[in-house]
Design a protein around this ligand. Structure first.
Ligand code: NAD
Ligand code: TDX
Length: 334
């Protein structure tokens, strides 16, 4: 196998670090992580990786000169850096516009200047939501209809990528994935928040009635899909990534409570998220049929148990973020 030099933006975040761990385990590639270490980034997420193969550059992706320096020698850029949390985008959209739109624009200009291949990581939230009983799931032809400042900036960044492919011949692919779970996710997100609340003796918090549905996939399966698209995806194409993991938030909380030895109804209903998307669901058949990808974590309950174990065993990783995160939720009545 020939070794490539991959740049992974946002590689100290949840999915970016899952990707870097996956690359190191499954390829001979070397990786430069570009991450500005916002509140969501954590150096510790790269611990245990060989220094000969993984280098961290603490830089902001909106810095064009720094990006040029890093990208000019790369074989490909995998773009995961983003402001990623919907609730934060409702409180203050400005970093979302800056990183997700201006940051993606900056990277596009850099890969254009240097003729470097790009893979852009996006989210199913760009499609808006589905009715609970809609027989259709999202596909590559579903129109964009984002609901929140977060998903609107992700949708805008996807459109920029498409325009740079068509107008400037940039060699880019795009993946759109459903909700990820697994180790090293920030405690602001749904599953880690509930697990760490329970470890702190606090009841899980469900927005609204808990009826909203998300389509869960393990972050390592997402990482494998991204690498497969980088290797075999057609330039200019979009691939949807999902693992048939639809569950209501209430079902997920009940499963967490069960795995942590608590009564399944021991949760609290709290104020709903404004504009809360009802349901996401991904049809990943194009990725499976054309590129031969299949998820390894078919069993959500087993993946969830592993995830709970990781939070139990790695309190030092999440404890520093927990109090400030819960203070933010308390202020919002959640
Ligand atoms: P995350 O918030 O855990 O990580 C984002 C990382 O980007 C952090 O390490 C942060 O420090 C870094 N970053 C933020 N702004 C930056 C900037 N201006 N310059 C450099 N680095 C910066 O997010 P995540 O959940 O890992 O999401 C990664 C990507 O995957 C995002 O593009 C997101 O839209 C997409 N995605 C996420 C999910 C999910 O369920 N989490 C699902 C589908 C797609
Ligand atoms: O305490 C909570 N209680 C609750 O009921 C939290 C934090 C969330 N929720 C609900 C809101 C959502 O319906 O759980 C669901 C999942 O919430 P989040 O973890 O905030 O994820 P979501 O808004 O669905 O977006 C996620 O998936 C798509 C990621 O955060 C995005 O980065 C990704 O693009």
């Amino acid at each position: 196998m020939t070794s490539r030099h991959l740049v992974v933006t946002g590689g100290a975040g949840f999915i970016g670090s899952a990707l870097v761990h996956h690359i190191i385990e499954h390829t001979d590639d070397i990786v430069t992580v570009v991450d500005s270490l916002t509140y969501a980034g954590n150096r510790a997420s790269l611990e245990g990786l060989p220094r000969t193969r993984v280098r961290l550059e603490v830089q902001d992706i909106t810095d064009a000169l720094e990006m040029d320096d890093i990208i000019r020698d790369a074989d490909a850029v995998i773009h995961c850096a983003a402001e990623s949390h919907n609730d934060n985008s409702l409180a203050d959209p400005s970093p979302f516009v800056q990183t997700n739109l201006v940051g993606t624009y900056t990277l596009l200009e850099s890969v254009r200047r240097h003729g470097v291949r790009l893979h852009h990581v996006s989210t199913d939230e760009v499609f808006g939501d589905l009715a609970l009983d809609d027989p259709q799931r999202f596909t590559e032809t579903t129109p964009y209809h984002p609901s929140s400042p977060y998903s609107a900036t992700k949708a805008g960044s996807d459109l920029l990528v498409g325009a740079w492919v068509r107008s400037f011949g940039v060699r880019a692919t795009l993946s759109i994935c459903s909700n990820n779970y697994g180790p090293r996710q920030h405690v602001e997100k749904f599953i880690p928040r509930q697990i760490t609340n329970l470890l702190d003796g606090v009841r899980p918090r469900l927005y609204g009635t808990g009826a909203n549905v998300r389509d869960w996939i393990h972050a390592d399966d997402h990482a494998a899909a991204v690498l497969r698209i980088l290797d075999a995806g057609e330039i200019g194409e979009t691939y949807l990534v999902g693992a048939d993991g639809e569950r209501s938030n209430r079902e997920v909380v009940r499963a967490i409570l069960r795995h942590m030895g608590r009564a399944e109804d021991d949760y609290e209903l709290v104020a709903d998220r404004p504009g809360h998307d009802l349901r996401y669901a991904i049809d990943a058949s194009r990725l499976c049929d054309e590129l031969g990808w299949t998820p390894r974590y078919g069993d959500f309950e087993a993946g969830l148990e592993d995830t709970i174990r990781w939070y139990r065993e790695n309190e030092d990783r999440w404890r520093p973020q927990k109090a400030a995160t819960e203070a933010m939720y308390r202020a919002a009545g959640q």
